[in-house]
Design a protein around this ligand. Structure first.
Ligand SMILES: C[S@@+](CC[C@H](N)C(=O)[O-])C[C@H]1O[C@@H](n2cnc3c(N)ncnc32)[C@H](O)[C@@H]1O
Length: 271
C-alpha cells in the first residue's frame, strides 16, 4: 500500500523544505547542530540566552518567536519545553528600507528576498538536524495572522526597531498574546546612557538613519527601555521590568536591554 502524501500546512504556516547544502543558508545566530557541529552566525546568544529571554520560563508554553530569521531562539526555547511558532517575513512581504532619494528598489528588493530565503533555508536545515517539531509561519511582521495564535508568550528579539512602524507591529503581536511579552533590543554605544534616563525626563525614541550616510540595511529607531515599557502598558501589558546584558555580535559584546511585561488588561476587542 502507498503511504499518503504528507499534507501541506495551511497558510500562513510553511511547508518544511529539504535543505542539504549549508552554502545555501545564512545563519543569523551561531548554533550547535547534531551531525554538523557548531555553525557560526552573526550573533552568538548561546552564553547569554537566559538573559536575552529575560529569564522567562517557557516550558509548557506556546511561544511565538517573532522575527525568527534562522530560528536559534525558537529552537532553544523548544529545547526548554516550549511549543514554538517561528514567524518572519516571507513571500511577497519584505523589509521596509529607508527610502533615500537614490534608493534603488529594483536592485535592493531582490537582494533582500534572497537574504530572507537563505534565512529560511538555514531554519529548515537546523530544523531537520535538531529533529524539531517547531512550526514556521511567514508573512509580514505587521499584523501576524490570527491563525498563528493565540500564544502564551511572544518573544520579539531585535526586530521591532528595524521596522518603520514598531507600534503597529507590536499591536498585531500582542492581540495574540495571552500572558507575557519579552522584548529585547540592542542599545547603540552613543545611547548607553539611556539606561540611566529617568522616566520623568520623557519617553524618547531616536531616529537612526542619516541622509549623509545612507546605510542601506540600517535599523530605523532606538526605543528607550522606559518608552518600550510604556508602549507595552498602552497595549495592556502593565507590569514590566527591564534588565541589561551584553551579547556577542560579530565577536563584539553589545549592550542589550530586555523588557519582560505581563498582561494586566484584556486586548480591546474593537481595535
Ligand atoms: C536581527 S533579526 C532578529 C533575529 C532574532 N529575533 C534575534 O533576536 O536575534 C531582525 C528581524 O527584523 C526583520 N527586519 C525587518 N527589517 C529589517 C531590516 N531593514 N534589516 C534587518 N532585519 C530586518 C528581520 O526579518 C528579522 O525578523
Amino acid at each position: 500500500m502507498m503511504a499518503d502524501p504528507p499534507t501541506q500546512p495551511a497558510p500562513p504556516f510553511l511547508a518544511p523544505r529539504v535543505v542539504d547544502d549549508p552554502a545555501a543558508c545564512t545563519f543569523n545566530h551561531t548554533i550547535d547542530l547534531p551531525g554538523h557541529g557548531t555553525v557560526p552566525g552573526t550573533w552568538d546568544l548561546r552564553a547569554g540566552l537566559d538573559a536575552y529571554l529575560g529569564g522567562v520560563a517557557v516550558a509548557g508554553k506556546r511561544v511565538l518567536d517573532f522575527g525568527a530569521t534562522s530560528g536559534f531562539l525558537g529552537f532553544a526555547m523548544e529545547a526548554q519545553g516550549a511549543e514554538v511558532v517561528a514567524y518572519d517575513f516571507s513571500g511577497e512581504a519584505c523589509w521596509e528600507m529607508v527610502p533615500y532619494p537614490d534608493f534603488e528598489r529594483a536592485v535592493i528588493a531582490p537582494e533582500i528576498r534572497n537574504h530572507l530565503h537563505r534565512f529560511e533555508n538555514a531554519y529548515w536545515y537546523a530544523h531537520a538536524a535538531l529533529g524539531s517539531r517547531a512550526r514556521r509561519a511567514g508573512g509580514s511582521l505587521y499584523g501576524v495572522p490570527e491563525a498563528v495564535g493565540p500564544v502564551d508568550i511572544a518573544v520579539l528579539g531585535n526586530a521591532l526597531t528595524r521596522l518603520r512602524d514598531p507600534f503597529r507591529a507590536l499591536h498585531g503581536v500582542l492581540r495574540l498574546t495571552r500572558e507575557t511579552v519579552v522584548v529585547t533590543e540592542m542599545l547603540p554605544k552613543s545611547l548607553h546612557l539611556l539606561r540611566f534616563l529617568p522616566r520623568r525626563v520623557g519617553l524618547p525614541v531616536f531616529l537612526l538613519p542619516r541622509s549623509d550616510q545612507r546605510i542601506r540595511f540600517d535599523a530605523w529607531w532606538t526605543i528607550a527601555p522606559t518608552t518600550m515599557q510604556e508602549l507595552l502598558a498602552i497595549l495592556g501589558f502593565g507590569e514590566s521590568a527591564v534588565t541589561y546584558h551584553r551579547q556577542s555580535l560579530l565577536g563584539q559584546k553589545r549592550l542589550c536591554y530586555t523588557v519582560v511585561a505581563r498582561r494586566t488588561e484584556p486586548t480591546n476587542p474593537e481595535l
